[in-house]
Design a protein. Structure first.
Length: 70
């Protein structure tokens, strides 16, 4: 979890449901508090590790845009 905290992202690697993976990033307000999150979920065959890394970067970009607009 410390690694996730430093990177400002979270993964679900089939922890909650077999064959389901998820990437999530926080949305922050002007005080840097987490107020929401955005995520992408898919079944494992369509979300290998490489795809999760790509989605992590894309989600971070959009999360930052949303956070800045608040």
């Amino acid at each position: 979890m410390q690694e996730y905290s430093k990177g400002d992202y979270s993964y679900d690697l089939e922890d909650n449901e077999e064959l389901v993976r998820c990437v999530a990033v926080p949305i922050r307000n002007k005080y840097n508090n987490i107020i929401a999150a955005i995520s992408v979920t898919s079944i494992a065959p369509f979300m290998p590790d490489e795809r999760m890394l790509e989605l992590q970067e894309t989600l971070k970009k959009y999360s930052q845009m949303i956070s800045e607009s608040l």
